[in-house]
Write a protein that binds this ligand. Sequence first.
Ligand code: GDP
Ligand code: ZN
Length: 453
Amino acid sequence: NSSFHSEDTIAAISTPSGRGGIGIVRLSGPAARTIAEPLLKLRHPLAPAQARFAEILDSTGEVLDEAVVTYFQSPHSYTSEDIVEISAHGSPVLLHHLLRQCLAAGARLAEPGEFTQRAFLSGRLDLTQAEAVHDLIESTTLHQARIAAQQLGGSLSRQITPIKQQLISLIAALEAGIDFAEDDIDLLAQDQISSQITAIEAPLTALEHSFDYGRIVRDGFTMAIVGRPNVGKSSLFNRLVERDRAIVTSTPGTTRDLVTERVSLEGIPLELIDTAGLRVSADEAESIGIAKSREAMSEADVVLLVLDATALPHEEDAAAVATLTGRPFLIVINKQDLEHPESNILKPTLQTIETSALTGSGISELRRAILSLVTKEIPNVETAVLTNHRQQRSVSDALAALNRARQAATAIIPHEMILLDLYEGLHALDAFTGSTTTDDILNLIFSKFCIGK
Ligand code: GDP
Ligand code: ZN
């Protein structure tokens, strides 16, 4: 990888489109300096890792703006190539002019994510780190940003390296056994091979499970709010999103389509789904809504079942509790502000939260209960967390191959056969960090980046 050198120099506006206090044009490649310098009137020549004050000139030599220019000399830069960053005022007109001049002077417009792709190709970042750059930019909560920053710092690579090393030594031992089978080097005993494979599998399995958490950090939980019509689902939904998003009416059955909204519960993203209610209906549109609610209820990570404190016990609620048993769910008894009987509507053993969506009482308790319910679903992970399906697939591919190898080792099978599976496991781990990833997959990953990153 470190032998990678690009011939061309790429340029892009690296700050978001629109006006801003500062806007940055970034150049990376062998000609970064020779392209940038004629566009600038520098008081002092560019020097590695130092900011320089400069005036930006138009094609006739007139001063357009003042800028701060930073030069990073290869290999000490984000891409490992020569980089020049021109921080001007954030006017789109000015920045586009500057970019056009760079292109006229021989730079090529960067593809989305191409700066990070170059960092990856030069070996500065592995694939999990490159993905973390994207995650960090896209993060919507501080918690997501922290996980991405950890990964950018190499937490996943550090985790995978010793596992790979162990696998390589096992392969080497087996290869030695085969190559020197004629000599008196002992073949590894079958059970020794299996126990070594098991030792490699254990941390990989833990890593695979970390995706349960990584997925939640990335996408958040989904929580469906279900219950009979008119119990106050939409009102609670609005309380939780702190906005009047779902339609609240006193006519039962008005929320026919699912209404969803993302909220952050102490940094954990939560997608709330307001449903139509679970009542059997003759109205066709409403029936569709009810079918959708059932689907949302069965697919959601957690479910909030809402009951009306003033209503009589109802068999539909008991049925809902029955289907939810064994899954994470909460029962809310709403409309506490109204006159209502003391007794628990459902089985007294079920823990419930009492709210009034009208007055807001019990809402902070409800938030806390939701948070503790979802965090209970979060496994304990201190260090590395898988954050996307690609990573998860590589790890589970490796595990599947190791499992086959271990089974082969328990049967009387020649070491050549075990080796095939072990090599496959190694290949999957290489794909994980990107050392053997195909161009197609790489292009797919980097195309999701924004231009200029
Ligand atoms: P949904 O059909 O379950 O979504 O129920 P809505 O949120 O649309 O509410 C139905 C009716 O109950 C509306 O008139 C709300 O104003 C009323 N409502 C909702 N929550 C409460 C509450 O806590 N107390 C009282 N008194 N009325 C409520
Ligand atoms: Zn509703």
